[in-house]
Design a protein around this ligand. Sequence first.
Ligand SMILES: Cc1cc2nc3c(=O)[nH]c(=O)nc-3n(C[C@H](O)[C@H](O)[C@H](O)COP(=O)(O)O)c2cc1C
Length: 247
Amino acid sequence: MLAATLPWGNGCRRSRRASDEARGTDVDSSQIATVDELLTTTRSVRRRLDLERPVPDEVVVDCLRLALQAPTGGNAQNWRWLVVRDPATRQGLAELYRRAGGLAIIEAAQRVAGSGRVGDRVTASAAHLAGNLEHVPVLVVPCMLGRHPADYNGPGMWDSILPAIWSFQLALRSRGLGSCYTTVHRRREREAAALLGIPYDDVTQVALLPVAWTTGRGFGPAPRRPLEDVMAFDRWDEHLTERVPWH
Ligand SMILES: Cc1cc2nc3c(=O)[nH]c(=O)nc-3n(C[C@H](O)[C@H](O)[C@H](O)COP(=O)(O)O)c2cc1C
């Protein structure tokens, strides 16, 4: 569960002060701290998924109920959520995941083992997941009704389910569970549809989320490209550092 004290570095403390000054008077600062911690420490969990501890259905259902509060284009709510617990089905999905690209990730991880580079550590972590997917107690497959035509450029499909998927992952994290957004299995989506009884022509599988309790101590913020490199005020070429006095 989330701790009240925050394991943040200086950068985050600076931005906390700035938001303290900017926030409305009716907002409880301890709630802000809790939500900020949730938002900065919800990671892709692969190695630290507890493969032994069962996940009660109620926890997944609670988190999905929260996820359904997320927005969809036109409030269409054109989603379906498949929660896979059955061991044989998980085994089938894991083997499919490896055929779809997981084996290539495992081989890539072996090639770059020990380099210490950030990208290679992600590959090693992804390989660990690919090699153990059948042991993850719950695999959630978020789906959208319909299929994107090749020239589709409107709202309401992929973009309509991504906010809910992230809400689901946040809700899991706040309860002490972890997950990871994965897409590898979609390269074999038709096979997965057959395995899961999903009508492929009418339903698109968006992702596959392994869900488990997490092991070890808490999670921290990830290194990211600095905000100054990726944000501008008002105009594309307006640089953040030139405009923000609290930076
Ligand atoms: C659209 C998308 C697709 C992803 N696909 C995979 C995947 O197939 N396998 C995997 O292990 N991680 C996958 N990830 C997780 C990313 O690798 C991860 O979010 C990124 O390395 C940053 O790590 P963090 O989430 O812990 O901050 C995906 C994430 C997103 C948003």
